[in-house]
Design a protein around this ligand. Structure first.
Ligand code: SF4
Length: 292
C-alpha cells in the first residue's frame, strides 16, 4: 500500500488538499427511488458537512474552501475539487458535465474527486466522467461500506455488492481511478466480515481505499438503536487494530486515502474518542508512522 500523501506527491509533485463542493442533488435512498430517510448512519447533510452551500456556483465554493485552507497549507499546494455530499452523479449528464467542467477550469484545481454510489453510474454519466478524465485526473469514490449484502440490507444501502463489482469494472474500462469507502463497525458485522469487505474491494481491483469507523450521528436511525443499546461502537484500540489488519491485506500499489473519517462535530454522538481530532491524529501518527 502507499499513503495518499506519497501518491499525490509522486503524481503532482506537491501536496494536494481537498476543496469540498456540494451539488444540489439528493440520493436514491432519500428521494423514494430506493428508500426514504437515507442509510441508517447517514447525516441529514449526506456527508457534506464540510462544503459550502450548494446554491453557490462551483468555483465560488472552491474559492471559499481554498481560502479556509490557505493559511494552514504550503503555498505550492494543489487542490482536488471534491464532490462529496449525497450522490454527486445523481443528476442528468449535462448538469454533471457542466459542474465538473467548471471545477476543472478553476486555476488552482488539479484533480477532481466525485463521491457516488455504484448504482448511479448509467452509461451517459460514465461517458461524462470518462470525457472529464481525459482532461484532468478524476477519482470516483464509491460508497461500498461492506461487501456483506445482509449487513448492507440492514442499514438500507439499496444495492447489492455485485453492483459495486460491475461499477468498478466499467470505470476501469474507461481508465477511471476508483476509491472505495468501507466502514468498520457497522451493526451486525464481525471483524472477519469487515476484513472480507477489504479483500473484496482488493479483488475487484480498487485503486484506493478510505476507511472510517461507524459514527453515530444525531437524527439518524442508528442514533435510535444506539440510544436503545442495540448498537455498540468500536473503541479506538479496536478500530485501529482492524485498520492495521486491513492495511496488511492491501497490495503494494493500493492508495490509502483515509484511515478514519471526520464526524460532523455539531451532531456527533459517538464514539467519544473521535471528538478529539488532535488526539486521534497523534495516535495515528504514532501507531502508523512506519506503515504510511
Ligand atoms: S450514505 Fe450515501 S447513499 Fe446512503 S443515504 Fe447517505 S448519501 Fe445516500
Amino acid at each position: 500500500m502507499i499513503s495518499a500523501g506519497k501518491y499525490f506527491k509522486d503524481k503532482f509533485g506537491h501536496k494536494m488538499y481537498k476543496a469540498a463542493v456540494s451539488l444540489n442533488v439528493t440520493c436514491p435512498n432519500r428521494d423514494g427511488t430506493k428508500g426514504t430517510g437515507g442509510c441508517a448512519f447517514c447525516s441529514a447533510e449526506g456527508s457534506g458537512e464540510f462544503a459550502s452551500s450548494c446554491t453557490l456556483p462551483v468555483c465560488e465554493q472552491i474559492d471559499a474552501a481554498i481560502s479556509k485552507l490557505s493559511s494552514k497549507v504550503p503555498a505550492d499546494t494543489g487542490y482536488i475539487a471534491y464532490f462529496q455530499s449525497f450522490t454527486s452523479t445523481y443528476c442528468d449528464a449535462d448538469t454533471l458535465r457542466k459542474v465538473l467542467t467548471a471545477a476543472a477550469s478553476h486555476p488552482k484545481v488539479e484533480a477532481l474527486s466525485v463521491g457516488t454510489r455504484p448504482d448511479c453510474l448509467p452509461p451517459d454519466i460514465v461517458e461524462v466522467l470518462s470525457e472529464i478524465n481525459r482532461s484532468i485526473p478524476l477519482y470516483v469514490e464509491l460508497g461500498l461500506q461492506t461487501s456483506d449484502d445482509k449487513v448492507a440490507e440492514s442499514f438500507g444501502r439499496g444495492y447489492e455488492t455485485s453492483c459495486y463489482d460491475e461499477a468498478v469494472k466499467v470505470l476501469h474500462e474507461h481508465g477511471i481511478n476508483v476509491i472505495t469507502h468501507i466502514i468498520f463497525g457497522l451493526c451486525g458485522e464481525t471483524r472477519e466480515g469487515m476484513l472480507r469487505s477489504v479483500k473484496h474491494a482488493v479483488k475487484c481491483g480498487t485503486d484506493g481505499v478510505k476507511f472510517t469507523c461507524l459514527y453515530i450521528i444525531k437524527g439518524t436511525r442508528y442514533e435510535k438503536l444506539y440510544n436503545e443499546g442495540k448498537i455498540e461502537v468500536l473503541d479506538q484500540q479496536e478500530y485501529f487494530d482492524i485498520v492495521e489488519d486491513a492495511l496488511s491485506l492491501l497490495p503494494q500499489d493500493t492508495v490509502v486515502h483515509r484511515l478514519t473519517g471526520d464526524g460532523p462535530k455539531k451532531t456527533l454522538i459517538a464514539p467519544s474518542w473521535t471528538f478529539n481530532k488532535r488526539q486521534v491524529v497523534n495516535y495515528i501518527n504514532r501507531r502508523f508512522k512506519d506503515l504510511l
